[in-house]
Design a protein around this ligand. Structure first.
Ligand SMILES: [Zn+2]
Length: 415
């Protein structure tokens, strides 16, 4: 099973927008692209909205059947580990092995020594084609990298081997993710991480490193854009070299867990992958849920009231809702509008404040991030919420499609 050159991870917390999401991809593919949709959902999301991994498979299959989509598509068990993978085994065919928590865990000295010895040919000046400065590799650097990443890659191989036994080799896509950590992995780290994965027989087709800068949920990139561009380009070149050097799958490509809406760096990524004719996987994560709230606000009446309730309730429970996402959100409390203020808003005012249009004067990234983590409120509303989604499917679906096509795909593929 091969992923293909371009793929887009789409999340749908309440499983009502699969068709609208797919419409956006079909629209992009009509320009000659071949982007594969990958419906992803993490264990954490399943717990919050009381859904099951099988629901995502059902939604994906139904969307594909409805639109007669003939391209490849996948269902991603997002950020799973050994403790959470089991319920995903049957219905997912893309597995994001999250080994971030094993970074820095101790490995036996003998394993460290074996790895360092196996890298002796890289000691000295390592030249990676395309990167204009040779990389200085010392034994001390190799030891440091081994201490940091050997246990994490070993964990990846354990999860991979578990899946291989359950599903059979070649019957699923393997992604290795290390993005949910504080400090970024450098291109040199990435090169040796890929060697470790190759040594352990993990046929990763995508790898999700932590890039420099902040990837907050649902808002734009915040960090040094030039540094990101340099790092991203070097990562692309490192992967190209590592594939040839270590015999990894030739379709191996970067996976960017964007946290959505990284509008500033999308065109940079697009330029680099075009320059080297490489593939890319981008997870957009969670903004479909925000489009549901925008769509309900636009629908007016009781739907607008529901959208206001979601914000107001989330505002009162801010600490509880933000806690699990503390590392990936950045909310300035002083810029959150009060419940009283929001109560007086029109449909347009609410939608313009929540919708991410750079330069729109009403846009408020603080309110947007709070609602982003507030999906628990909608989940608690139960059928009251999902009935509104059904009743206003047209307006909500149009928002979902427009968001993925106009704000994401256009920037990512220069459409
Ligand atoms: Zn991630």
């Amino acid at each position: 099973m091969k992923l293909g050159k371009f793929s887009l991870g789409i999340g749908d917390r309440f499983s009502h927008q699969g068709v609208a999401q797919l419409r956006a991809i079909v629209k992009a593919n009509q320009t000659g692209l071949d982007i594969s949709p990958v419906w992803n959902k993490s264990n954490r999301e399943h717990i919050y909205v009381h859904s099951h991994p099988a629901d995502v498979r059902k939604e994906a299959d139904a969307a594909v059947a409805t639109l007669g989509f003939s391209g490849k598509y996948f269902v991603d068990a997002d950020h799973i580990n050994m403790g959470t993978v089991a319920p995903f085994v049957e219905t997912a065919d893309f597995f994001t092995l999250d080994v971030a928590s094993f970074i820095g865990k101790e490995s036996p000295e003998a394993e460290i020594d074996t790895f360092v010895a196996s890298c002796s040919k890289y000691v000295g000046k390592l030249s990676i084609p395309g990167i204009d400065h040779p990389i200085e590799v010392t034994e001390a650097l190799l030891e440091k990298i081994a201490h940091k990443f050997l246990a994490a890659t070993k964990q990846a191989s354990e999860i991979y081997n578990f899946l291989k036994e359950k599903k059979g080799a070649g019957n699923f896509i393997t992604e290795v993710s290390m993005d949910e950590v504080e400090s970024p992995q450098t291109p040199v780290d990435l090169f040796f991480i890929l060697k470790m994965l190759a040594d352990k027989g993990v046929p990763a087709q995508t790898i999700a490193p932590k890039f420099t800068g902040r990837f907050n949920k649902g808002v734009d990139y915040s960090g040094n854009v030039d540094q990101f561009a340099r790092e991203f380009e070097e990562d692309v070149l490192v992967i190209d070299y590592a594939v040839k050097e270590f015999g990894l799958p030739e379709e191996l490509k970067l996976s960017v867990h964007s946290g959505s809406d990284k509008f500033t760096i999308y065109p940079i990524m697009a330029g680099i992958i075009k320059k080297y004719d490489k593939g890319l996987h981008v997870k957009t994560a969670g903004t479909t849920w925000l489009e549901e709230v925008i769509g309900l606000a636009l629908a007016g009446g009781e739907a607008l009231e529901a959208a206001k309730f979601i914000y107001t309730d989330a505002l009162g429970r801010k600490d509880e809702l933000c806690a699990p996402y503390a590392d990936v959100i950045d909310i300035d409390d002083s810029k959150l509008p009060s419940a009283e203020e929001v109560a007086g808003w029109s449909s347009e005012k609410f939608a313009n404040t929540l919708r991410h249009i750079p330069g729109q004067p009403d846009y408020n990234p603080n309110l947007r991030q709070l609602i982003h983590v507030g999906y628990k409120v909608a989940s608690e509303m139960g059928t009251k919420y999902t009935d509104l989604l059904k009743k206003h499917a047209d307006v909500v679906g149009a928002c979902v499609e427009e968001n993925i096509y106009d704000r994401h795909l256009k920037r990512l593929f220069n459409l």
